[in-house]
Ligand binder design. Structure first.
Ligand code: XUL
Ligand code: CO
Length: 439
C-alpha cells in the first residue's frame, strides 16, 4: 500500500468565500461553470514537479531548508518512485488535474546516458501506473539542459558538438517519455542558450545550432507519432547574461526566421516577463496577437528583488489581466496554468505547499470571475472597438485593405477641414472601470 505523505491533510474542499479554514478553497470551485466551461477546464492547473516535489529551498547563501519526507535525496529509481507517489497524492488532494516535469526531476541523472535512460524508463512506468490510477495527466514534459556541468557553455548553443549531441539525445528521450505518458505538450526553456560575454561568442552560429536542435525535435516528434504542442518559454537572463529566447517578440522572430513558427507556441511565465522589463499582460498579448499563446507558467516576482523569485501568484489584479487575455483568446487548447512557483525558504513544512497552491488557485478563480464579468459587461471591449472605428469605413478601411497609398492619403488630408483625433484614451476611466470588477 502506498504510504501517505500528507497524512494530516485530506482532500481540499470548496467552502465558499466566508470560510475561515486555511486548508479550503474560498473561490476555486472546480466544477462551477463560468461562462462556457467549468473552472477546472478554464485553468487546467498543473503541478511543477521541480518546485513542488524536488526543490529543497536552497539559495545562493545557504543550503536547503525544506522538509520533504518523500525525498531521501538518493539518486535511485526507488526514491524517484516515492517522490512520484507523493506528487500524485498531493495533486489528488488539491484536485489538480495535470503535472509538468523535467527528465531529471522525475528521474536521476546517472553516470551514463544509458543508465539515466534506463532509470527514466523505470520511473515513467511507475508514473504511467499512477496516471492510470488517478486520472491525473501530463501537461508537458521537458529535458533539463541546464543543471549538469556539461551544459556550462550552453546545450543547443554549446561550442562543443558532443555537448550538442548530448542535449539532442536527452531531448529525444524526454520526447519519447512525454509521448509514452500521453503528454499534451513539450517545452523548451533555454536557460543556458545565450552568452555570458560576446567576446567569445559567434551569435549567428549559435542561433543556427539552436534552430537545428528544434527542427530535429520536430522531425523526431513526427517520426515517433508525438502530436502534442511544442512550446518555447521566453526568459531574458538568469542564469546567463543574455538568453536568446529573451521575450515573446524575440522568440517569435527566431521561430519565424528559422521556419519553426508553425510548430511552436509560447509558454509565458510572469516572472520572466518582468525580468524582460515587460508585464505578463504584455508578453501574453504579444504571443496571442501572433496566434502563438500556448501555455502559462503561473508565478509572480518581487519588485524589490532582481531575480526570478518564482513566488506563488496572489495578486488578483494580475490574475484578472491574465484571464482577460486568455478569455479573449478563447482559452487554452493544449496548454494550462502550471504553477512554476516555489514556497519561500522560511516555509519549510510540507503543509506550506498546500497553502501556496490553494492561494494561487483561489487568486486565479477570482481573476477568472472578474475577467468574465468584464467581458460580459462589454464596456471595456466596446471602448477599444470604438477607439479604432475610424478604420471601419471610408479612408481607414481603405488603409487596412491596402487599396490606397501616399498619394490618396495626401489628397484626403488636403480636403479635410478638421483632423478627427478619435476619442480620448481615457486610461484613468478604464482603470476605474477595471477596479469596479475586482472584488
Ligand atoms: C526557469 C523555468 C523553468 C522552465 C522549464 O526559470 O521557468 O523551470 O519552466 O524548464
Ligand atoms: Co517556467
Amino acid at each position: 500500500m502506498t504510504p501517505e505523505y500528507f497524512p494530516k491533510i485530506s482532500k481540499i474542499a470548496y467552502e465558499g468565500p466566508t470560510s475561515k479554514n486555511p486548508l479550503a478553497f474560498r473561490h476555486y470551485n472546480a466544477d462551477e461553470v463560468v461562462g462556457s466551461k467549468k473552472m477546472r477546464d478554464h485553468f487546467r492547473f498543473a503541478i511543477a514537479y521541480w518546485h513542488a516535489m524536488k526543490n529543497q529551498l536552497s539559495d545562493p547563501f545557504g543550503a536547503g531548508t525544506a522538509i520533504r519526507p518523500w525525498d531521501d535525496r538518493t539518486n535511485t529509481v526507488e526514491n524517484a518512485c516515492r517522490v512520484a507517489d507523493a506528487c500524485f497524492e498531493f495533486a489528488g488532494k488539491l484536485g489538480i488535474d495535470y503535472y509538468c516535469f523535467h527528465d531529471r526531476d522525475v528521474s536521476p541523472e546517472l553516470d551514463s546516458l544509458k543508465a539515466s535512460n534506463a532509470a527514466l524508463d523505470a520511473v515513467s512506468d511507475h508514473l504511467l501506473e499512477l496516471q492510470n490510477k488517478t486520472g491525473i495527466r501530463l501537461l508537458w514534459g521537458t529535458a533539463c539542459l541546464f543543471a549538469h556541468p556539461r551544459y556550462n557553455q550552453g546545450a543547443g548553443t554549446s561550442p562543443s558538438a558532443d555537448v550538442f549531441a548530448y542535449a539532442a539525445a536527452q531531448v529525444k528521450k524526454a520526447l519519447e517519455t512525454t509521448l509514452k505518458l500521453g503528454g499534451q505538450g513539450y517545452t523548451f526553456w533555454g536557460g543556458r542558450e545565450g552568452y555570458s560575454t560576446l567576446l567569445n561568442t559567434n551569435m549567428k552560429r549559435e542561433l543556427d545550432h539552436l534552430a537545428k536542435l528544434l527542427h530535429m525535435a520536430v522531425d523526431h516528434a513526427k517520426a515517433i507519432g508525438f502530436t502534442g504542442q511544442f512550446y518555447i518559454e521566453p526568459k531574458p537572463r538568469e542564469p546567463s547574461t543574455h538568453q536568446y529566447d529573451s521575450d515573446s517578440a524575440a522568440c517569435l522572430n527566431f521561430l519565424r526566421e528559422y521556419g519553426l513558427l508553425e510548430h511552436f507556441k509560447l509558454n509565458i511565465e510572469t516572472n520572466h516577463a518582468t525580468l524582460a522589463g515587460h508585464t505578463v499582460q504584455h508578453e501574453l498579448t504579444v504571443a496571442a496577437a501572433a496566434g502563438a499563446l500556448g501555455s502559462i507558467d503561473a508565478n509572480a516576482g518581487d519588485e524589490l528583488i532582481g531575480w526570478d523569485t518564482d513566488q506563488f501568484p496572489t495578486n488578483i489584479y494580475m490574475t484578472t489581466q491574465i484571464m482577460l487575455v486568455l478569455l479573449r483568446m478563447g482559452g487554452f487548447t493544449t496548454g494550462g496554468l502550471n504553477f512554476d512557483a516555489k514556497v519561500r525558504r522560511e516555509s519549510f513544512d510540507p503543509e506550506d505547499l498546500f497553502h501556496a497552491h490553494i492561494g494561487g488557485m483561489d487568486a486565479f478563480a477570482r481573476g477568472l470571475k472578474a475577467a468574465h464579468k468584464i467581458v460580459e459587461d462589454g464596456r471595456l471591449g466596446d471602448f477599444v472597438k470604438t477607439r479604432y472605428s475610424s478604420f471601419d469605413s471610408g479612408i481607414g478601411a481603405q488603409i487596412e485593405a491596402g487599396t490606397i497609398g501616399f498619394a490618396e492619403l495626401e489628397k484626403h488630408v488636403l480636403t479635410l477641414d478638421e483632423v478627427n483625433l478619435a476619442q480620448s484614451g481615457r486610461q484613468e476611466m478604464l482603470e476605474n472601470l477595471l477596479n469596479d470588477f475586482i472584488a
